[in-house]
Design a protein around this ligand. Structure first.
Ligand code: ADP
Ligand code: ZN
Ligand code: MG
Length: 637
């Protein structure tokens, strides 16, 4: 089926937390602004009223002075309580309790002080403590300035990571209890869970595996569209194995000072080594693991990302021999990852987590409605049927919305009505992100896919149909039919190729038979079929009109993923080229006609399988076999 419109990417960091990262910088600015005040109050005793020498004499005369210290460079003193001179003109603040003035050579001062019973003493001329005060003040100010600028630089770079935590990993360590999730909380991803069991075993008893010299995958990459529970799954693995979970999001790494990201990676692994066995989880791996040199994608300085990525590779290479640490990562864009990350010994184990099918959705709904009182008439099955294309996060959101609506309407439990409104809301949101196809299209996709499968089966194709699915997939297809050769073979007879052609055109044939006209959805099928038909004519000599000649310009096996079809040798005459084109078109027309004929003859079966597919969304294995062969085994479910 046709590729769906490219999925809009969630805003960067949409899965991470962007907000809190601002706080350190703001707090920091405030601190810097408040600094002078803080220092002044700390050094409160030093704030002195600057007075002239004649004023000093005057105040002593007026008996306002309590005591003085006679220094070589400065005379300081204190006013008597309650005898402080009035505020200065234009000032709205009281004078400080202390005053200071520069000394004047004046032999009459001491007698005057004595006359007015002012305590006085001389100070040694060192002024040592004063200098220290200034040095301290300057030092602290400069320090703060540096930090302030640091913060601003980082902000300009787009990320205001905690400026006080340079080079420190912000990886969060969660003990198993804190992680608090296990496989019971992750529903409908049975295959992925199955694959992760081995990892859990290893984390539980690493000695057992090490003793036997077993090679355990170092890195496990969870791949799947947003909201399908990748992060949740990683946590659940830690929860099941009861080991600490050290997580960090790739988006936290980007756009930092050069070298900081690498330091954080180092730190992260050090942390893990301390608490091993443990899981290191790097969420949104694509943020750092994006292929080197792919500058156009933007975001962060390249140099920084490369350093971070290199450090990650270094750590991954040097890690496992020492410690039982499994590195897990998640991404929804595996295609942009640097190839070096996917090499053996790194993230060589990939686990796909796809959007759930109907059964999976029902299970996820069950998890999320655990604590929600549901109306007696409410059926999770029905909600699952109504929510094709929803990922786990969408379903969690749906339940929450419904509960909110129920509360707003003053219901005692969530009713079908609440769910309906909530579905509408969530769907509206998803539609904007072009993730949900309308029921019309869904029907068409179902018939299209069944068309492929049924024609393949009826025409007696060598390929067995393993699986049909109409669960929309991220970037790829609206639906797909998986056909695999029943047994390996190296040659294909003319008949086998014709069967393959018919099966390829079976999707379009079904659309024509059922809906009266084809859709653009068969585009990809047509391209493949055309390539094959052209090869039949120009390479395999399977056209009577053209004859048993090879007209091909190059030698590629078109059955092994040819891209543009065989190129014709340039010396072909125009009339021959025309004949070739006609022959190709004839082969395709005949194949399509045959496919339609088969489907018309088995129209009931087509309808039946399509309805089943619409219901179940995924058909596979024995059940699919039985349906395609018209063996009525409904009881099998
Ligand atoms: P991802 O990391 O793949 O984008 P998350 O793990 O962040 O997805 O999932 C977001 C939320 O959606 C989870 O916290 C959980 O509430 C819900 N969710 C997703 N998938 C599942 C699932 N298979 N079972 C139960 N809840 C799920
Ligand atoms: Zn198709
Ligand atoms: Mg996530």
């Amino acid at each position: 089926m046709a590729p769906s419109p490219p999925e809009t990417k969630p805003p960067k960091g949409g899965e991470g937390e962007a907000g809190p990262r601002r706080i350190p910088l703001i707090g920091f600015l405030l601190l810097a602004l408040a600094l002078p005040v803080v220092l002044q109050s700390l050094a409160g005793f030093r704030t002195k009223d600057p007075i002239r020498y004649d004023e000093l004499i005057h105040y002593v005369d007026e008996d306002r002075v309590d005591w003085v210290q006679l220094g070589e460079r400065e005379i300081v003193g204190a006013y008597k309580t309650g005898r402080k001179p009035a505020r200065r003109a234009g000032s709205h603040q009281d004078r400080p309790d202390h005053f200071a003035t520069a000394p004047v050579k004046d032999d009459s001062l001491v007698p005057l002080l004595q006359a007015h019973h002012v305590a006085f003493r001389a100070v040694l001329p060192s002024a040592f403590s004063e200098q220290w005060g200034w040095i301290l003040y300057f030092g602290i100010s400069v320090l703060f300035m540096i930090m302030l600028f640091g913060g601003m630089f980082k902000r300009m770079g787009g990320a205001a990571g905690g400026a006080l935590a340079f080079g420190k990993s912000r990886g969060k360590v969660a003990t198993p209890e804190e992680a608090g999730v296990d496989f019971d909380d992750v529903a409908g991803a049975e295959e992925a869970k199955q694959e992760l069991l081995e990892i859990i075993e290893f984390l539980k008893t690493p000695e057992k595996f090490k003793r036997l010299g077993a090679k355990i995958p170092k890195g496990v990459l969870l791949v799947g569209p947003p909201g399908t529970g990748k992060t949740l799954m990683a946590r659940a693995v830690a929860g099941e194995a009861k080991v600490p979970f050290i997580s960090i999001s790739g988006s936290e790494f980007v756009e930092m000072f050069v070298g900081v990201g690498a330091a954080r990676v180092r730190d992260l692994f050090e942390q893990a080594a301390k608490v091993a066995p443990a899981i290191v989880f790097i969420d949104e791996l694509d943020a750092i693991g994006r292929s080197r040199g792919a500058t156009a994608l933007g975001g962060g300085t390249n140099e920084e990302r490369e350093q971070t990525l290199n450090q990650l590779l270094v750590e991954m290479d040097g890690f496992q021999p020492r410690k039982a640490v499994i590195i897990m990562a998640a991404t929804n864009r595996p295609e942009i990852l640097d190839q070096a990350l996917l090499r053996p010994g790194r993230f060589d184990r990939q686990i796909v987590i796809d959007r759930p099918d109907r059964r999976g959705r029902k299970a996820i709904l069950a998890v999320h409605t655990r604590g929600v009182p549901l109306g007696p008439e409410l059926s999770l099955e029905e909600i699952a049927i109504r929510t094709p294309g929803f990922a786990g996060a969408d379903l969690a959101n749906l339940v929450n919305e419904a509960a909110l609506l129920a509360a707003r309407h003053g219901h005692d439990f969530v009713t079908t009505e609440d769910i309906s409104s909530a579905v509408d809301r969530v769907v509206a949101g998803l539609e904007r992100r072009s993730r949900v196809i309308n029921p019309e299209e869904r029907r068409r996709v179902a018939f299209h896919e069944v068309g492929h499968a049924l024609v393949g089966t009826l025409a007696g194709s060598d390929d067995r149909v393993h699986k049909i699915s109409i669960v929309p997939r991220g970037v790829g297809a609206l639906g797909y039919t998986m056909q695999l050769p029943a047994e390996e073979h190296f040659l294909m007879t003319e008949e086998a190729i014709q069967n393959k052609l018919a099966s390829l055109l079976g999707g379009r044939a079904a659309e024509e038979v059922v809906f009266g006209q084809p859709s653009s959805g068969a585009q990809d099928d047509l391209r493949k079929a055309t390539d094959i038909a052209r090869a039949m004519v120009t390479e395999f000599g399977m056209s009577d009109t053209v004859g048993p000649v090879s007209l091909s310009g190059d030698r590629r096996n078109i059955f092994l993923g040819s891209d543009g079809g065989p190129r014709l040798s340039p010396e072909m005459s125009p009339s021959l080229a025309e004949t070739v084109d006609k022959e190709v078109a004839r082969l395709l027309r005949e194949a399509l006609a045959r496919a339609k004929e088969l489907l018309l003859a088995h129209r009931e079966r087509l309808d039946h399988v399509a309805e089943e597919l619409l219901q179940a969304e995924v058909l596979e294995g024995e059940r699919l076999d039985a349906l395609l062969h018209g063996v009525d085994r409904d009881a099998l479910d």
